[in-house]
Design a binder for this molecule. Structure first.
Ligand code: MN3
Length: 246
């Protein structure tokens, strides 16, 4: 058996035994591990896939219009999925060839597209049609944590809206849980991966790239953010928190 054949067999075995689930446990983020059939890479690759939306494109009307949702999901998010798969494949090829001339380029692509895939998967999940899971107020443990860590729901909402509104250029307003001290914190992210500190995990976020709102709101980002609260799925946010708190 040649070395090459051995490696292919190893990769096939790895494919059978390594199966990762998406970042969110609702089957939204479909990511499975697989090996490259040609055998010219090292290590099992994840095959990231665009998750299905849990509601139709027009379900968040009138707060987020159907055309924006369709373009955002099927074009923008899909682009990040393809970009992440490409970047990770190129990094695996670099390992196989022991040629790291483009390591900086592909590492940046992996961070940008990986951030995009993760955040959009969460974004779809933490929204729901108004009155059918979307809107209202957080309940239970999430409500208690928000009140304990921000003083009140209203203070949290004002803080989060301001952070999202003042992201410089394209980015996100995010609510993270930080296990180190057990706190919720509000953060901004530029693009999809910059400004985020280590050691905390997003449980909720609003996309404030213009592609998320420009067709309906043009330059009125603050109005989009204010309307977005009508479609926040607090049950999903609470589940994200409770998974991390254990
Ligand atoms: Mn987006």
């Amino acid at each position: 058996m040649t070395t090459e054949t051995n490696r292919r067999d190893f990769l096939k075995t790895a494919t059978a035994t390594v199966a990762s689930v998406g970042a969110f446990g609702t089957g939204l983020a479909a990511t499975t591990a697989h090996a490259d059939e040609s055998g010219d890479m090292l290590g099992a690759l994840s095959k990231h896939e665009l998750p299905k939306l849990p509601y139709p494109y027009d379900a968040l009307e009138p707060y987020i219009d159907a055309q924006t949702m369709e373009l955002h999901h099927s074009k923008h998010h899909n682009g990040y999925v393809n970009g992440l798969n490409k970047a990770e494949a190129e990094l695996a090829k670099a390992r196989a060839a022991n040629d790291f001339a483009l390591i900086e380029y592909w590492s940046k692509k992996a961070a940008f597209n990986g951030g995009g895939h993760f955040l959009h998967s969460m974004f779809w999940q933490v929204m729901a049609p108004n009155g059918q899971g979307g809107g209202g107020m957080p309940e239970g443990k999430l409500a208690q944590k928000i009140e304990a860590d921000f003083g009140s729901f209203e203070a949290f909402k004002a803080h989060f809206s301001a952070a999202a509104g003042k992201v410089e250029g394209s980015g996100w307003g995010l609510l993270h849980y930080r296990p180190m001290d057990g706190r919720l914190i509000v953060l901004q992210a530029e693009n999809q991966h910059k400004l985020s500190p280590w050691g905390s995990t997003p449980i909720m976020g609003i996309d404030v790239w213009e592609h998320a709102y420009y067709l309906k709101y043009q330059n009125r980002r603050a109005e989009y953010i204010e309307n977005w609260w009508n479609v926040v799925n607090w049950r999903a946010v609470g589940e994200n928190l409770e998974k991390l708190m254990g």
